[in-house]
Design a protein around this ligand. Structure first.
Ligand code: PCA
Length: 328
């Protein structure tokens, strides 16, 4: 279209009174994979509201929950290509792309949220660099509650996991399944309830929150608080979309992101306590793992951490050293 024509259209639109609004408003889609009731989703919803308020409505972000726009494994790529301007994804699921994404899914590296946050601080510069190369910017990352074992039968040692149809969500959970002789099956969170109801899986490792969100007590009876790791969701924005914003809008997004990160980590801890209660009330047996089970898992954990260090190269060693130093 010629410039003259564009001017004519603009003048016409201005005459109709909607050009200023149309020109001033940017609309983004925010693809997420977890149900609207999930605490990450609520946190994202608050972020969207904060951005709208801080930009006087000039940046409107629409969140799409429950993998309704893209499935979780597709979300990172969707942000990279700009098919969604923003997205939330589960970092450890992408470990095959970059070992660094799998760091927070390694067994028994962290004991609690405080250590998990330190691990994140060590990991963050690497994440930012990798994501930047993939055309996106890390806005915030929020921890899931600690990962615990759910099963349809008592698990007193790793030998009891043998043959179990074991739901996995990352290369590490698949490898653990393999090492204990379980039958690993990759299932997305959005398909969990169905997989349980149809007997496709009999056990898994995930958070109290995901157990409560998906009413896992309807199909599974046992919950062992092994606290194996504290993995994170990352929220990213397409770099071009972000760069196209005005400075004030960018600042608003960054400020809301920082607040979302803080709020999210706090919510994660609170939700953990509440969700365990939901599981208990749903009839699940909430158990401390036996010493034998923990010893068996520790051995398996050592193997997968060692394998990770080999694959992750110098960056892997450096990030672990930085984490160790930050604990002192
Ligand atoms: N819930 C998600 C990711 C980690 C978690 O606690 C899941 O099970 O897929």
């Amino acid at each position: 279209m010629k410039r003259r024509d564009l001017c004519a259209i603009a003048a016409l639109a201005a005459g109709l009174g909607f050009v200023s609004q149309a020109a001033a408003q940017t609309k983004w889609d925010f693809a997420t994979a977890y149900p609207a009731i999930n605490f990450h989703s609520k946190n994202n919803e608050q972020f969207v509201k904060d951005v709208a308020a801080a930009t006087g409505g000039s940046l409107q972000i629409t969140p799409h929950f429950g993998a309704s726009l893209f499935k979780m494994p597709e979300i990172k790529r969707a942000v990279q290509t700009g098919n969604a301007q923003m997205g939330e994804f589960f970092l450890v699921s992408f470990q095959n792309e970059a070992q660094m994404f799998g760091l927070d899914g390694l067994p028994f590296l962290v004991k609690n949220y405080s250590e998990a946050f330190k691990l994140y601080q060590a990991q963050k510069p690497y994440l930012e660099k990798i994501l930047e190369k993939q055309g996106q910017k890390l806005l915030y990352a929020v921890a899931w509650p600690p990962q615990n074992i759910y099963s349809n039968k008592p698990i007193n040692s790793v030998a009891d996991l043998k043959g179990l149809k074991w739901r996995v969500y990352s290369p590490t959970t698949a490898r653990i399944g393999e090492l204990v002789g379980a039958q690993p099956v990759t299932i997305q969170e959005a398909e969990l309830s169905q997989a349980l109801a149809t007997g496709v899986i009999e056990g898994l490792i995930t958070s109290s929150a995901t157990g409560a969100d998906n009413k896992l007590y309807e199909n599974l009876k046992y919950f062992y608080q092994v606290q194996a790791w504290i993995p994170k969701n990352a929220v990213t924005v397409n770099a071009k979309a972000f760069n196209a914003l005005g400075k004030a809008q960018q600042d608003a997004v960054l400020k809301a992101a920082q607040e979302a990160e803080q709020r999210g980590w706090k919510a994660s801890e609170e939700v953990n306590t509440r969700s365990i209660e939901v599981l208990r009330q749903g009839g699940m047996k909430i158990e401390q793992p036996s010493a034998e089970l923990m010893a068996g898992l520790a051995k398996v954990g050592d193997v997968v951490v060692k394998e990770w260090v080999e694959k992750a190269g110098p960056d892997g060693k450096a990030v672990l050293a930085a984490f160790e130093a930050s604990k002192k």
